[in-house]
Design a protein around this ligand. Structure first.
Ligand SMILES: O=C(O)CCC(=O)C(=O)O
Ligand SMILES: [Fe+2]
Length: 307
């Protein structure tokens, strides 16, 4: 049997490596799959250049790394018409209508934290790209955690954050039906801040710019802590920035990274990406319930407990 010659070339210290020598439209040899999995855990974001995958190929490749997210959190019109496993990220205007994903990913986030089961990872395939700009950046959240002072690490240990889909940057610019779907499908969700990676056993912290507060803190306390943690996590030394090439397939580990898609490109040029999300291994979230009572004292107590 022919052995493929996989080469793994690190792109950055914090994250990112290019994986050369593979055609992902073909089934992977077990040894190659093991090499990819090990490289993924080490580099967090893998870039496979020069791929040309059909929707079926991309789905088959993605299934090597886990179940696919059923995408119930997404507005149906943003999914591939024949393959619900694929979210189409596109800025194209179709029959006079802006796509429901034309500005997706524009603030720092980890995918699907507005659901009870944040994604394990994602596989993104570059189909069309602007001539310049539209890069994506990833932050290494292990390094962010590990470089905090132990006193702050301790503070985060029992903390829970409220993730809110309405904090997606630019959500208000999407069509009213997409906004309504996203809100209705995804009420605010509470997740623990500290995460232990099930495979590497390293800790990281999950906050990002779609968190509206911490349970048991005032808005003001939350705001300062959110800003501090996000600023720290996205320091340049923890960030890998990818400049897309047509055909790139990028696969990231969502359990220890956050990312942002930059809107710095000519919006009259198409940018189209197909995404498969790996279903989260664990349901870590619980809904954040608004206090539902007429009793003022109970209301005040409930608000104090969560705001
Ligand atoms: O378009 C991109 O570069 C990434 C968008 C994003 O946040 C995602 O696919 O999860
Ligand atoms: Fe994302």
């Amino acid at each position: 049997m022919e052995m493929s010659q996989i080469e793994i070339i690190p792109f950055g210290f914090a994250a990112g490596a290019e994986v050369r020598g593979l055609d992902l439209s073909k089934p992977l040899e077990p040894a190659d799959l093991a090499t990819i999995k090990a490289a993924w855990l080490k580099h967090l974001v893998l870039v496979f250049p020069d791929q040309d995958l059909s929707a079926e190929d991309q789905i088959a490749f993605s299934r090597n790394f886990g179940e696919l997210d059923p995408q119930e959190s997404q507005a149906p019109e943003t999914l591939h018409p024949d393959h619900r496993e694929i979210l189409v990220l596109s800025n194209k205007v179709e029959s006079g209508k802006k796509s429901g994903t034309h500005n997706s990913g524009r603030n720092w986030h980890t995918d699907l934290t507005y659901t009870s089961r944040p994604a394990k990872g994602a596989i993104l395939h570059c189909k069309e790209k602007p001539s310049v700009g539209g890069d994506t950046m990833w932050a290494n959240l292990y390094l962010a955690y590990e470089t905090l002072n132990p006193n702050i690490q301790q503070l985060l240990e029992e903390l829970e954050a409220i993730h809110d889909v309405t904090l997606i940057r630019g959500l208000e610019q999407r069509s009213p039906d997409v906004i309504a779907e996203m809100k209705q499908r995804n009420p605010p969700m509470i997740h623990p801040v500290i995460r232990l990676h099930p495979e590497t056993k390293r800790k990281s912290y999950l906050v990002g710019e779609r968190v509206r507060g911490f349970v048991g803190m005032s808005d003001e306390e939350s705001r300062h802590l959110i800003n501090m943690l996000n600023e720290h996590a996205t320091k340049p030394e923890f960030v890998f920035r990818h400049r897309w090439r047509l055909g790139d397939v990028v696969m990231w580990d969502n359990r220890c990274t956050s990312h942002v898609a930059l809107g710095d490109f000519d919006q009259t040029q198409p940018r189209v990406m197909f995404r498969c999300s790996l279903e989260g291994e664990e349901e870590t979230g619980r809904p954040f319930e608004r206090p539902q009572t007429d009793d003022r004292a109970a209301m005040a107590q409930a608000v104090a407990a969560v705001s």
